[in-house]
Each structure stands twice: as structure tokens, then as C-alpha cells.
Design a protein around this ligand. Structure first.
Ligand SMILES: NC(=O)c1ccc[n+]([C@@H]2O[C@H](COP(=O)([O-])OP(=O)(O)OC[C@H]3O[C@@H](n4cnc5c(N)ncnc54)[C@H](O)[C@@H]3O)[C@@H](O)[C@H]2O)c1
Length: 345
């Protein structure tokens, strides 16, 4: 890799979330996207046209075989990640890979054993890069909370409740989640689990419960996970996607009780209160895009500097272990409603 030239990046997968990645790459210092690939040629061509990228492929093997890449950004369904990371490693190409690195902890562990340090692999756990979580982290490290005593991170949304015309926002956005046996925790709360690790250090899952209210998905859409930090602090990560009255894509709510100050994050407003008071207001859309920008920039900066990635594949294994333990302890999701067909019959 030439130390002065931009890192040349190929993007694999031009679906829904790739829009946020392409915007991040467009503003990234020290890297340029030079090739895109999606089996759906139209999608690849549309992104290439929008972002001025010359080379368009429909097969990842062809894109890698053409050479000239330093890194790939893998933004494809979770079942394809291992094959694509291996393909990149076989070509000596570094990888930024969307979460979850693999559908299960064991597959991810086997993958990284196979890669064996030949290339750098970072996972796009962008949630922890959100500006308000970074701010909370700074407050904790500066001792402004005193001793953190208890915390809760929640994701309450209504995007699985059918609209009047029968359409379901979550499924329009990501049709594949309808048939995923592991839904809310593996797809979404993995971010929250990673975020609490970034704030409080390593945690253990003490117990977990999963349920399903929607008749349109097979996996869990409600989850409550009780965790414990190394210091013994109780911590709850929870989520529900059929919460009537809440916004379809409501942001996280977080509460932390501290012996000096407590923290509440609600509606993208962050408050520190107790021994001192501070209130910060965020634009949720800017925070969201900013987290992709920061994650992509971190990938590039650490590749260039040869430094460690905060959300390396090895780090992701620790988050995936929490996901795995959650499913193990909770067992199958309990159905809270009968399937729509049964109700209508
Ligand atoms: N970080 C986040 O906030 C976030 C948010 C949503 C999704 N995701 C993750 O991003 C990934 C993609 O999710 P999405 O919602 O964009 O899915 P999507 O289905 O909208 O897009 C996936 C794209 O990958 C393409 N594809 C499939 N196999 C391919 C292959 N072998 N090579 C190249 N392209 C291939 C598909 O044709 C499709 O266009 C998933 O792992 C998901 O969990 C992350």
C-alpha cells in the first residue's frame, strides 16, 4: 500500500444500508471507492452513477480478480459475510464487514482462524460511534458520573405494527428479516450490546427473555437482556418493535444512575444531572450518518497507521458471544399473538 496514495476500496453489496456507507466513503479522507459489486446489476450501476465510480461488477470473484484493491467494504446479508471475508483475505485485501460478522459465534471464530491475520478485518459496529454515546463515554471516563450504579439501554419502536394499508415499515426496509429465525437481537440489539461494552467494559449475560408479537416475522421482536459488568453493575439492554405510539424508527433511550451524576438520553436529547447539569441536543439523522462516517474513517485511519481497530473482528467475537448467550439463555421466542391468518380465520 503506497503511504501517500488513497486506499482503493471495492464495495460489495449495494442494498439498503449501502447508501449510508457510500455517503461516508464520499467524505472519507485517504480512501476512494473505485469499484462496486452487486449480483443485482441495476443496484450496482445506480450506486456507481450516483457516486461517480467507474468499475461495476456482478460477481465478487471477478471484482477481486481484477486486482488493484487495497480493501473491500462488505455490505451484504450476514450469511454471505464469511465467504466474502475469506475471498478478500485470499487476495490479500483488507475488509470492513457489516455486522453481524457471521450468523453465529462459532462461524465467526472459525472464519477468523482461517484468515489467520493475513489481512485486517474490522466490523462496522457504527452504533458505538454515535456522538451522544461518545459523549457519555467521555463523561464516564472523566468521572463526572462518580461510580456508575445501574444502566438501561432501550430501543422501543413501532415499525412492526402494520399500517392501515397493511404494509409494515420494518419489512419494507429490510424484507429479509421476515424469515430470520434470529431477528431483533442478532440484527439490531447487537449494536446496543456492543455499545454498552464500549461504555462499561466487558459484560456478561445473566439472563434473557425473548418474545414475538408480530405475526409477520418468525424471529423474536421483543427482548430483555440482563447483564452484569466486571464491577458487578446491573445493566439492562432491551428492545421491542411493536410498541404502539412510539415512532417507527425512534432513537435509543438510555439511563445511567451514578453516585455523582445521572444521565438520560431521550429523543436525541442528552442530560447530565445531579452534582452538575448539562443538556446537549442532537440531530438524530446527523448522528446516524455521523456514526457511519466515523466508523469508515476509523477503518481507513487505522489501516494507514497500522494501529488497532476499536471494532476489530476479534472485538466483534466478544459481542457475538453475548448474542449467542442471549439466545442460549432465553430459548425460543414466546409468541404473544396468534398468526394473522389464524386470527382472521
Ligand atoms: N450498521 C447498521 O446500522 C446496519 C443497518 C442495517 C443493516 N446492516 C447490515 O448490513 C448488511 C446488509 O443489510 P441491508 O439492509 O443493506 O441488506 P439488503 O438486502 O438491502 O442489501 C444487501 C445487498 O447485498 C447484495 N448481495 C447479496 N449477496 C452478494 C454477494 N455475494 N456479493 C455482492 N453483493 C451481494 C444484494 O443483492 C443486496 O443488494 C447486513 O449484514 C445487515 O445486518 C447494518
Amino acid at each position: 500500500m503506497d503511504a501517500r496514495a488513497d486506499i482503493r476500496v471495492g464495495v460489495l453489496g449495494c442494498g439498503m444500508i449501502s447508501a449510508d456507507h457510500f455517503r461516508a466513503w464520499a467524505g472519507c479522507r485517504g480512501a476512494s471507492v473505485v469499484a462496486v459489486c452487486d449480483p443485482d446489476r441495476r443496484r450496482a450501476e445506480d450506486r456507481a452513477a450516483e457516486f461517480g465510480i467507474q468499475a461495476v461488477y456482478t460477481a465478487p470473484e471477478a471484482m477481486l480478480a481484477a486486482g488493484g484493491l487495497d480493501a473491500v467494504d462488505i455490505i451484504t446479508p450476514r450469511q454471505t459475510h464469511a465467504t466474502l471475508v475469506r475471498l478478500a483475505a485470499d487476495h490479500g485485501v483488507h475488509a470492513l464487514c457489516e455486522k453481524p460478522l457471521c450468523p453465529t459465534y462459532e462461524e465467526a471464530r472459525a472464519l477468523m482462524q482461517g484468515v489467520g491475520g493475513r489481512v485486517r478485518v474490522m466490523v462496522n459496529e457504527n452504533w458505538r460511534f454515535r456522538a451522544y454515546f461518545r459523549q457519555i463515554g467521555e463523561w464516564i471516563r472523566a468521572g463526572r458520573l462518580g461510580t456508575p450504579v445501574q444502566a438501561r439501554l432501550s430501543l422501543w419502536r413501532s415499525n412492526l405494527i402494520p399500517r392501515a394499508d397493511g404494509t409494515v415499515i420494518a419489512l419494507q426496509r429490510q424484507p429479509f428479516v421476515a424469515t430470520e429465525p434470529r431477528y431483533l437481537v442478532a440484527e439490531s440489539l447487537i449494536h446496543e450490546l456492543d455499545t454498552v461494552r464500549s461504555l462499561f467494559g466487558e459484560v456478561e449475560v445473566v439472563s434473557a427473555r425473548l418474545a414475538r408479537a408480530s405475526t409477520d416475522v418468525v424471529g423474536e421482536d421483543a427482548a430483555a437482556i440482563l447483564l452484569e459488568t466486571r464491577a458487578g453493575m446491573p445493566l439492562v439492554v432491551e428492545g421491542v418493535l411493536s410498541a404502539a405510539g412510539h415512532a417507527p424508527r425512534a432513537p435509543n433511550r438510555m439511563e445511567i444512575a451514578g453516585t455523582r451524576c445521572s444521565v438520560v438520553l431521550e429523543g436525541a436529547v442528552l442530560r447530565l444531572f445531579g452534582a452538575e447539569e448539562e443538556e446537549l441536543r442532537y440531530d438524530e439523522d446527523a448522528v446516524r450518518q455521523g456514526s457511519f462516517d466515523a466508523s469508515v474513517q476509523h477503518f481507513v485511519d487505522q489501516l494507514r497507521a497500522g494501529g488497532p481497530h476499536e471494532t476489530s473482528a476479534e472485538d466483534q467475537l466478544r459481542t457475538l458471544a453475548l448474542v449467542e448467550r442471549t439466545y442460549e439463555l432465553a430459548g425460543p421466542a414466546r409468541p404473544l399473538t396468534r398468526r394473522r391468518t389464524a386470527v382472521n380465520a
